[in-house]
Design a protein around this ligand. Structure first.
Ligand code: PLP
Length: 319
């Protein structure tokens, strides 16, 4: 299904009609992968829609741009406002997936031209359900370890959420789907577990929660950080450590985290059941803590919810 269109996209500082937010075919990013982006979710809460950890996502966007020496023509606060604005003007009161993207645009040809192509910035938002299928949050997903490794250290920086990195993700995801799995897990250059094609991975063994450390070529996921904090606040021991591939076959529970997948249980790896092959108690407890942030059952002691003033929706429609 194509992306369900909304009315407006914020593009280089202005709201433009969805179908008019287009770029030139000779834009630098299209040829050389020079884009950085974010995936952010807004959730419906008792007090109206709120964007989850907006500031952290925008900061990561700027960090990705910094790694690639991409000048950003807007401030963090301007982009935070743009994210709130696209939710409001498109009337996305029931929640949304928000996609900020910055990229090297149309200018001189060449990988590193003398004159830097202009950085273009856009923010779109639309309604989006469960990334790995409607029942995945309860039922879990069957996954495989990919024959493709993740990017090695000091090749493409894993801490930058850059368009080019997602060529590695495409190889992993395409192979997994071709073989009948919902998702694939990439190993790091040293053969230990890294992450899924678009999500971080956690395992639970004897009550201890483990996830690969940042040195294992993972994106420093915001949901990963959220889960670690929620777990620690509940007295669960959390370790960031190297995880051997075969440990995935021996753990009691495993799950993916990410803005798109939220917290999705893994029921088998390489056709070997994880634990009982069903969502385990630690995964269920962390899911309920996570979704409780939006229903109000989990206190937002960190100030992670950024409310959206929906009155802007009326202003845009009146224009
Ligand atoms: C490769 C990769 N790893 C991990 C994640 C999870 O990150 P986050 O929780 O910030 O969405 C994502 C999604 O953005 C991703 O693309």
């Amino acid at each position: 299904m194509p992306i369900p269109a909304t009315q407006f996209i914020w593009f280089n500082g202005k709201l433009v009609a969805w179908e008019k937010a287009t770029v030139h075919v000779l834009s630098h990013a299209l040829h050389y992968g020079s884009s950085v982006f974010e995936g952010v979710r807004a959730y419906e809460t008792q007090h109206g829609p709120a964007i989850f950890r907006l500031h952290d996502h925008t900061r990561r966007l700027f960090d990705s741009a910094k790694i690639y020496r991409m000048p950003m023509p807007f401030s963090v606060e301007q982009l935070n406002d743009a994210c709130r604005e696209v939710v409001a003007v498109n009337g996305l009161a029931r929640g949304a997936y928000i996609r900020p993207v910055a990229f090297r645009g149309y200018g001189e040809i060449g990988v590193t031209p003398k004159n830097e192509p202009p950085t273009e910035v856009a923010v779109a938002a639309w309604e989006w359900g469960k990334y790995l299928g409607q029942d995945s949050a309860e039922e879990g997903v069957d996954v495989c370890v990919s024959s493709w490794n993740r990017v090695a250290p000091n090749t493409l920086p894993a801490l930058a959420k850059a368009g080019g990195n997602y060529l590695s993700s495409q190889l992993i995801g395409l192979e997994a789907r071709r073989l009948g799995f919902a998702e694939g897990i990439g190993l790091a250059a040293d053969g230990t577990v890294s992450e899924g094609s678009g999500e971080n991975i956690f395992v639970v063994k004897d009550g201890v929660l483990m996830t690969p450390a940042l040195v294992h070529s993972v994106l420093h996921g915001i949901t990963r950080d959220t889960v670690m904090r929620l777990a620690r606040a509940r007295g669960i021991e959390v370790r960031e450590c190297a995880i051997p591939r075969e440990f995935l076959y021996l753990v009691d529970e495993a799950f993916f985290t990410g803005t798109a997948v939220e917290i999705t249980p893994i029921k088998s790896v390489d056709r070997i059941a994880v634990g009982t092959g069903k969502r385990g108690p630690v995964t269920a407890a962390l899911q309920s803590a996570f979704f409780g942030l939006f229903s109000g059952q989990t206190a937002d002691q960190w100030g992670w919810l950024d409310p959206v003033d929906m009155s802007q929706a009326r202003i845009a429609v009146a224009q």
